[in-house]
Design a binder for this molecule. Sequence first.
Ligand code: MG
Length: 334
Amino acid sequence: MPVGEFDLIDRYFRRLDRPGGHARADVLLGVGDDAAVLRVPAGQELVAAIDTLVEGRHFLPGCAPQSIGHRALAVNLSDLAAMGAEPAWALLALTLPAAEEAFLEAFAAGLGRLAAAHHVALVGGDTTAGPLTVSVQVLGFVPPGQALRRAGGAPGDLLFVSGTPGDAAAGLQLERRAADGGVAPPGEAAAGQALRERFLYPTPRVALGRALRGLASACIDVSDGLAGDAAKLAAASGCGLRLEADALPLSPALRALAGPERALQLALEGGDDYELCFSLPPAQLPELAVAAQAGGCPLTCIGVLEQAPGVRLYRGGKIQPYVATGYDHFANSG
Ligand SMILES: [Mg+2]
């Protein structure tokens, strides 16, 4: 890229080192030097995560740049949320076919709005010419020994999920249809828009993750499909899992547009929800209401960890053998 293009990129991203216009005191040296210098608060552990979004793989070609910027940060904040961590800093590696001003402005606005909401400072970055690819690394803190892990659940622990899984996968299908020139059936507008928003602008459950410290026995964020991610939590905890299909919180929009069977399948196997799935010893149940309040999102008990390995899906009181399939973000969204 010509030098002028780097100046352009610099202009849009340098301002993101002050989330919401306020500098973080723990950023001793931010964007502009060879590396950032950051101060980890005394007595805290550093938690780090990184995720990459690739055009055509994690978002559709022609996707709104605001959404790409939002999601690139949101998927990382969701990983920190799953650890119960407090996000602080982010680094961005952006590969672009060309430094187009309208794209950069909207991308930076999408990323910047979410960063400001969580008081996350962008402290470094790199730009390269190439096919559109966005990598974001986030860093955050957790009190010593308090990070939530996938391991830690025990047989008898109740399994919960936040929000309404399946919405984002349905939203992606609608985005795909629109990109292919498809026409929305009459009456779909409001519900369809709600589902598309869940895919384009997921809400990382940062406050909930924080509130679950010392409460949840294990936690994972749902990026690859609820059943598969819940199975990962159970396996890491050395347990199996009983999932109650009838208990899954299906949103009215998802039920209306997908129908009951497809809605159930999307809730179990669709991805990109960025909700939290966690286990909780039953003795902690009374305290969960406080965490739910702090988390600002609905929580639903969807099953229980069991001794026997594997996932068992119960429906109408009957067991159905269930093999959780890995979610392929685009391949299974036909
Ligand atoms: Mg994750």
